[in-house]
Write a protein that binds this ligand. Structure first.
Ligand code: 4NP
Length: 167
């Protein structure tokens, strides 16, 4: 049994649509497997516009339909400490990935990856290599975001359980 939790940070631009949805979807997948005690899961944004806000109401509504609760989350930005605390930092899109790699201190050991393609899904989830930004779109796009992050969470959790010998 490992002594340390596996620490995972989901990152998008605003931390009000995609990354909070990914945080809760991943947590939901972890809870299904009764592994909550082994994970520390959080989310943050590379932008500063929405600090302190709840997730977007459309994201909350879409998640609630699948028994996922985003109500208590509050947007925050990525901090330098995140690069020392988290084992894995998952970027929702390629711009987030590039921004995170630019911000990463040289002493950081965080494994920074694109959420929909890691570890071995070069083709992505259902053909998507990035989680589309739903902010200027409609409810259907929020459903798509959920489909993608739920599928990626299951695949990534399988891989982490395996490589960290959690089960
Ligand atoms: P998110 O979506 O990165 O998935 O949280 C966005 C939220 C806000 C903005 C852009 C994307 N914005 O430009 O304010």
């Amino acid at each position: 049994m490992p002594s340390e939790k596996v620490k995972i940070l989901m990152v998008c631009l605003g931390n009000i649509c995609r990354s909070p949805t990914a945080e809760v979807a991943f947590r939901h997948e972890v809870a299904k497997r009764k592994l909550e005690h082994l994970f520390d899961i959080d989310s943050a944004g590379t932008g500063t516009w929405h600090i302190g806000e709840k997730p977007d109401s459309r994201a909350r509504a879409a998640a609630a339909k699948r028994d996922m609760d985003l109500e208590s989350l509050q947007a925050r930005t990525v901090t330098p400490e995140d690069f020392h605390h988290f084992d894995y930092i998952f970027a929702m899109d390629a711009q987030n990935l590039s921004d995170l790699k630019t911000m990463q201190p040289t002493s950081s050991k965080s494994n920074i990856q694109l959420f929909l393609t890691w570890p071995d899904k070069e083709g992505g989830q259902n053909g998507y290599q990035e989680v589309p930004d739903p902010f200027y779109s409609n409810e259907d796009e929020f459903e798509l975001v959920l489909d993608l992050v739920v599928a990626a969470s299951a695949d990534i959790l399988d891989h982490i359980v395996d490589t960290h010998q959690l089960a």
